[in-house]
Ligand binder design. Structure first.
Ligand code: AHR
Length: 490
């Protein structure tokens, strides 16, 4: 018997809705043919795909990072504003493509408004300069009578866009990046870009690119960045992509341990440097690119497949494992962006005549819809397994949240056994279950099940209700499933 104990008073931290963030890059069919398809019968008169917007609304995406990604490191924002017919097509070296610039800053802001989501822009510190970066802040947020504000007004936007979140560079630690930077170079660039960007608009929040290449002296790199630029950093960005190239289910499921190690290490690092340097403002962590990406990763297929990864049930499980990690680290992780939102390593997959919701869509939707505003500290024990380098990993992966206003509890459990049900006693060590318990389960016929245009509902959310008495509930988790148990507590 597995055992989970929850004390609704043991709050770890406040959950920032921005952990349900997304990322849209000029890459493959994410923007063109994904979000934006002028002339399509499925688009509105401005070219936004209405079916995509509806699906994204279901995900409750709180913030969207744009325009890249690697693309950002060669992007000129001025190419993407003004009359569309006058915008230049450019070579995109990041993805070896041609960028027509028909979608740019203002289209992105329009998209965010339709979605009621927060825009998050990444400035080019690859082959771009600080003048461009601070001009972009001014164009978007400025209120004074300057040429850039007049330009924005001439483009049809009298009021400032009020973009609060700004990233300086993307994956600058990776040699694949246009304008890769040594730790010293990036610390300096961040300081100088950040300084003038904040002078233009002191209310903006800055995101520093810390780690994407999880090799080498990464702690050293981040420590230097925090020491030299800590005063200006609001968020430290981590990126990761995981996968199952070896087709080893157990190793894949044990990824929770690695993520735990990474997050704990970075939390500690930020805390230690903040203490030593007496940095008084909080520096949060933004995992502003996370997902599964391996089938379309190797260079020989990357070009042709443009990262159009098809996801199966096991990916829906590791998506939940990642969301559980973000919830358990809610005290420091204040933003996380699934990469990406449409077509390119994404929960939504389009064709000119419709779309399909991938397996991971349902996991994300489930968490985003039911997650409370407070992260709790669950205790659990039970069956274990070995996967990759990790032994004694608990088969269940658990997180829990409380909606402080509604007194509603949500307990998220991934059963990582491919064949076994997990009988579990779920106990409240404070308070009692009240009324019906809603059970939402993401599952499918087997771990390789996918949703396709032909079979769109292989994996989805099933709902049922049960009742519990007092403070203990015995529940059996289905094999290879993600379950949210949502209930009121007294
Ligand atoms: O999301 C795809 C790519 O992955 C992004 O452009 C880059 O930042 C990362 O390497």
């Amino acid at each position: 018997m597995n055992r989970i104990k929850i004390d609704p008073q043991r709050v770890i931290g406040i959950i920032d809705r921005n952990i349900f963030g997304g990322f849209a890059e000029h890459l493959g069919r994410c923007i063109y043919g994904g979000i934006y398809e002028p002339g399509s019968p499925l688009s509105d008169k401005h070219g936004f795909r209405k079916d995509v917007l509806d699906a994204l609304r279901r995900l409750g995406i709180a913030i969207v990072r744009y325009p890249g990604g690697n693309f950002a490191s060669g992007y000129r924002w001025r190419d993407g504003v003004g009359p569309v017919s006058e915008r230049p097509a450019r070579t995109d070296l990041a993805w070896n493509d041609i960028e027509p610039n028909h979608f740019g800053t203002n289209e992105f802001i329009e998209f965010c408004r339709r979605l009621k989501t927060e825009p998050y822009l990444v400035v080019n510190c690859g082959d771009g300069d600080m003048r461009e970066a601070r001009d972009w802040v001014e164009y978007c947020n400025g209120t004074r009578e300057t040429a850039l504000i007049k330009l924005r007004q001439a483009h049809g936007y009298p009021k400032p866009h009020g973009v609060k979140y700004w990233g300086i560079g993307n994956e600058v630690d990776g040699h694949w990046q246009i304008g890769y930077k040594t730790p010293e170079e990036y610390a300096r660039v961040f300081t100088e870009f950040g300084k003038v960007m904040k002078w233009v608009d002191p209310s903006i929040k800055l995101v520093a690119a810390a780690v994407s290449d999880w090799k080498g002296a990464l702690v050293e790199r981040t420590r230097l960045l925090l020491e030299q630029a800590g005063d200006l950093i609001d968020y430290l960005s981590l990126h990761w992509y995981i996968g199952n190239a070896a087709n080893d289910f157990e190793a894949y499921m044990a990824i929770s341990e690695l993520l735990e190690e990474r997050l704990s290490a970075y939390e500690g690092l930020v805390q230690a440097v903040s203490f030593e340097r007496q940095i008084k403002h909080p520096i949060y962590i933004a995992v502003d690119e996370w997902n599964v990406w391996y089938r379309t990763f190797p260079p020989e297929v990357r070009e042709t497949m443009k990262l159009e990864e098809i996801y199966n049930l096991e990916v829906a499980l590791v998506t939940a494992v990642q969301l559980n990690a973000f919830i358990r680290h809610a005290r420091t992780i204040k933003m996380a962006n699934i990469a990406q939102i449409v077509n390119v390593i994404a929960p939504i997959f389009t064709r000119p005549d419709g779309l399909v919701l991938q397996t991971i869509f349902y996991t994300f939707e489930l968490y985003s819809r039911t997650c409370g505003n407070l992260a709790l500290d669950p205790w659990w024990e039970g069956d274990t397994f070995s996967g990759g380098a990790y032994k004694g990993v608990r088969v269940l992966d658990v997180s829990a949240t409380l909606d402080g206003n509604k007194k509603q509890l949500a307990i998220y459990v991934v059963n990582r056994s491919r064949a076994k049900e997990m009988e579990t006693s779920v106990q409240l060590s404070n308070g009692e279950f009240k009324g019906d318990i809603k059970i939402y389960t993401v599952n499918g016929p087997d771990i390789k099940a996918e949703n396709t245009f032909e079979t769109p509902a292989n994996v989805q959310i099933k709902e049922k209700r049960i009742t519990a008495r007092n403070h203990t509930l015995n529940f059996t988790y289905e094999p290879h499933s993600v379950t949210a148990l949502v209930c009121d507590i007294a």
